[in-house]
Design a protein around this ligand. Structure first.
Ligand code: FE
Length: 331
């Protein structure tokens, strides 16, 4: 009897440790609605349980730092290369060696030390009023500084990381002096105060408050999905030069992961043909894996050349970009 109890209890502890080994714990700045279906699919396919905590980018990073080696998190999912760069810079991620990830994710969409990998691509490009603007008159982000757009430009606030990343990439491309000149030109051309989000900015173009602006394509996608006749067009910026500014959402393995292998396997799966559409379509983003096609609505906007500077530059130059926009009077 005693032996049987002993046997049972050791059996239980073996099971418990196996559950521990198999479970992957994820901190995610992507919301539950986006990640839960993916995790459910992964569990169904592999039997591996995923525990997750969602929160804002900053709060999750702060939590990882505060928890240090006690963190239950094996993996971090966050948005914007600026935030991924910060996570790496603050030492909460660890390098991963994975031939699968190197094959699935292009070099400019992942960290040079392989501490994080882009999983979806977000394109930030030009939008215009179909009633007032001929697309031929558009060309680039830089061109929006031209006096011909005076009183016609709408922009989202410079406080949003998306614009900080865009300006950071411009600094990488043109240097600080020229970038500042461009940003000053944007400010001089503003039709109205800056907007708190891309959706409001796009709707201002539709309402005739301004004629051109810059936004992430998924905000546009969400609107045209509801309103197919939305009177705003999409224009792929900088096609004759360096290409459309792209950013990523992505993931990395935490420095103190208890289940490093499990986290790597999950990131590999997220980068694969099985998961890429599930990861990107709901948010109307582009797959980071170039072999995978985006959702049909998005594919309908055509293909574009994207800027091939490593997205990590956006993080590296973010502080510089923020100061520059402040000097230029971009609120
Ligand atoms: Fe967004």
């Amino acid at each position: 009897m005693k032996l049987k109890t002993l046997f049972l209890s050791s059996l239980l502890s073996v099971c418990a440790s196996q559950v521990w080994a198999e479970t992957v714990t994820v901190y995610s700045a992507r919301n539950e609605q986006l990640i839960k279906p993916l995790f459910d699919a992964y569990t169904k396919e592999t039997g591996v349980e995923i525990r997750f905590v969602t929160g804002t980018e900053g709060a999750l990073l702060e939590r990882l730092r505060a928890e240090g080696s006690n963190t239950p998190a094996d993996m971090l999912i966050t948005v914007d290369a600026g935030n991924l760069w910060q996570a790496s810079h603050q030492g909460v991620l660890k390098p991963v060696k994975s031939a699968t990830l190197e094959a699935n994710i292009p070099a400019h969409l992942r960290d040079a030390k392989n501490e994080w990998f882009g999983l979806s691509v977000r394109a930030r490009t030009l939008f215009y009023s179909k009633a007032k603007v001929k697309p031929e008159s558009l060309s680039s982000y830089e061109d929006l500084a031209d006096p011909k757009w005076k009183g016609k430009l709408c922009l989202r606030t410079s406080k949003k990381v998306y614009n900080q990343s865009l300006v950071a990439m411009m600094i990488a491309q043109h240097g600080e002096a020229k970038t500042e000149q461009i940003v000053r030109g944007w400010v001089a051309n503003l039709a109205t105060d800056v907007f708190s989000d891309d959706t409001a900015m796009l709707k201002a173009i539709a309402a005739g408050q301004c004629e051109v602006g810059i936004a992430n394509t998924y905000y546009y996608g969400r609107i045209v999905d509801q309103e197919p006749n939305f009177p705003v067009g999409i224009f792929w910026a900088n096609q004759k030069t360096d290409g459309v500014h792209v950013n990523v959402s992505g993931a990395g393995v935490t420095r103190h992961a208890k289940n490093e292998k499990g986290a790597i396997r999950l990131i590999e799966w997220l980068s694969s043909d099985k998961a890429q559409n599930l990861y990107t379509d709901k948010g109307m983003e582009y797959p980071a894996n170039p072999k995978i096609k985006p959702d049909a609505l998005i594919a309908g906007w055509g293909t574009f050349k994207s800027n091939l500077i490593n997205v990590a530059k956006a993080g590296e130059l973010q502080a510089q970009a923020t100061k520059l926009m402040d000097r230029a009077g971009y609120k």
